[in-house]
Each structure stands twice: as C-alpha cells, then as structure tokens.
Design a protein around this ligand. Structure first.
Ligand SMILES: [Ca+2]
Ligand SMILES: [Ca+2]
Ligand SMILES: [Ca+2]
Length: 119
C-alpha cells in the first residue's frame, strides 16, 4: 500500500476516500485537491503500473425516501429493490442503483452502509 492517500475531514473525523472507491476498481487516490459545494471531489490518483490521472468523485445520494437522512427506511427501500449481480433493476427501482452500475447489488448495500446517518 503506497503511503499518503486522499482524505476528507468532515464533522471532526477523517475519512479515507480510498475506502469509498468501488471495491473492483484498482484506482488508488493519491491526493484530493478540492471539493465543490455540491460535494464533487477532484484530485490525482493512478492505476497499478500507470501514469498519474486526475479523478473526480461524485457523491452518492443514498437518501432514497428524500427525508434528509440515511436510515433503516432507506435501507428497506434498497433491499426491496435488490436485483442481484446480473439483473438490471426495473423502472421503479432505478433510483436504488446508487453507483449507477446497472444493477442493485451488494456494492450498493455497502455504499449505503458507509452513508448511514441514523439507526
Ligand atoms: Ca432517508
Ligand atoms: Ca429517515
Ligand atoms: Ca449498483
């Protein structure tokens, strides 16, 4: 594991941005340079054996029922829409595909777990 990394300071806690990257991605975030008002984060990183690339991280909105928090109700909505690794979500469940990967699967559950704000 290379030294350094990209971190976000939020609510007096340090979050390792590399822990939030899709597990299947081998992209390593080396440093975060800026964050926009809407939460977009830009910085530099690289793939194994590759040159340095700029990255832009797009925040995931896991507040599925739009009530301002991410809790068990949002989790239930996601569970109801879970389609498995190779099955595209049906129209009413498109919102549950948090990472826009085309399926509602364990990666979306993991994303939501990281974002849970209440229990
Ligand atoms: Ca909610
Ligand atoms: Ca709620
Ligand atoms: Ca997904």
């Amino acid at each position: 594991m290379p030294s350094g990394g990209a971190f976000l300071l939020h609510d007096h806690k340090t979050h390792d941005l590399n822990a939030l990257v899709h597990p299947a991605s081998q992209f390593y975030l080396m440093e975060a340079n800026d964050i926009s008002n809407s939460g977009l984060i830009v910085g530099e990183g690289r793939l194994p054996g590759s040159h340095i690339h700029a990255f832009m991280l797009t925040p995931i909105d896991a507040d599925l029922d739009d009530d301002g928090d991410v809790d068990h109700n949002d989790y239930r909505l996601l569970a109801d829409c879970s389609s498995g690794p190779d099955v595209p979500p049906q129209a009413p469940c498109l919102f549950a595909d948090l990472d826009q990967s085309g399926t509602v699967d364990l990666v979306d559950f993991r994303s939501m777990q990281l974002l849970l704000t209440a229990n």
